[in-house]
Design a protein around this ligand. Structure first.
Ligand code: GRF
Length: 242
């Protein structure tokens, strides 16, 4: 609208300024989007994210199932696995999401970067991904990589603490509660800022398997979609405030 008024003043000169302004306003409203509307559109833009999953992909499934309900600001458009037989890939294909297998190698980060660019990825979700990225890769995607970890970080995190190792350690330590953490990835393994956590009780007689199941079902599948929505909203806000 401001643009339209400016045009009105410019074409009008000194006579009939009001008519000129009105013409300009109408012109502006017809041919140019309102600034506020533009901001809103930007804020509501659907972001693209990639899920890196080399395991069964139950967290990926939780994300797929949350699409359109819990997650409205982003969509999964690419799933990358280091293993060709990862069930996560089957889940992705069933949901119509593009997949890629990138085995561990020296050049894997370059390969991944090319895929991220080709699919216009805004942020990355690690869900069952064991490969540790270089500091260079992490800083290039600062605050754009998040990870789900099956414990209440900082407890039971760090190098070597993955999968069943975590649950075994929790039970061996006699902890009375455990849970899951979704956090940003930085150069410290499992050390980035925490986005969301959810806890459950460790019950008498729990095995690593029963604890893993409870944490997946009651914690990870719940907070991971919530965290994805939060990250997408934050990135959209940052876009509009730049
Ligand atoms: C999850 O427990 C996650 O925290 C960890 O790996 C497991 C992946 O499970 N990083 P799934 O493949 O999503 O079922």
């Amino acid at each position: 609208m401001a643009f339209g008024m400016a045009i009105g003043l410019a074409i009008d000169g000194t006579n009939g300024m009001v008519i000129g302004m009105m013409l300009g306003m109408i012109f502006g409203m017809l041919f140019f989007d309102n600034d506020d509307e533009n901001d809103e559109k930007e804020e509501n833009a659907m972001l693209n994210y990639a899920v890196f999953a080399s395991g069964s992909g139950s967290n990926l499934q939780a994300l797929i199932d949350a699409q359109g309900s819990v997650i409205t600001a982003a969509q999964p458009v690419l799933v990358i696995s280091t293993k060709a037989d990862a069930y996560a890939l089957t889940r992705a294909e069933t949901a119509g999401i593009a997949t890629a297998v990138v085995p561990r190698s020296e050049g894997m980060e370059d390969e991944i970067s090319a895929l991220l660019e080709a699919h216009k990825i805004d942020f990355i979700v690690l869900a069952g991904w064991l490969t540790i990225f270089s500091n260079e890769f992490i800083s290039r995607h600062n605050e754009r990589i998040i990870n789900t970890h099956p414990s209440l970080l900082p407890a039971f995190g760090g190098v070597g603490m993955y999968g069943m190792h975590v649950h075994r350690a929790v039970i061996a330590a006699g902890a009375t509660e455990s849970g899951a953490t979704v956090h940003y990835v930085n150069e410290v393994v499992d050390g980035g800022d925490i986005i969301l956590q959810k806890s459950v009780a460790v019950e008498v007689g729990d095995t690593p398997e029963s604890l893993q199941k409870r944490i997946l079902e009651q914690c990870e599948w719940v907070i991971l979609p919530q965290a994805v929505q939060m990250v997408a909203e934050k990135l959209n806000q940052e876009k509009t405030s730049c």
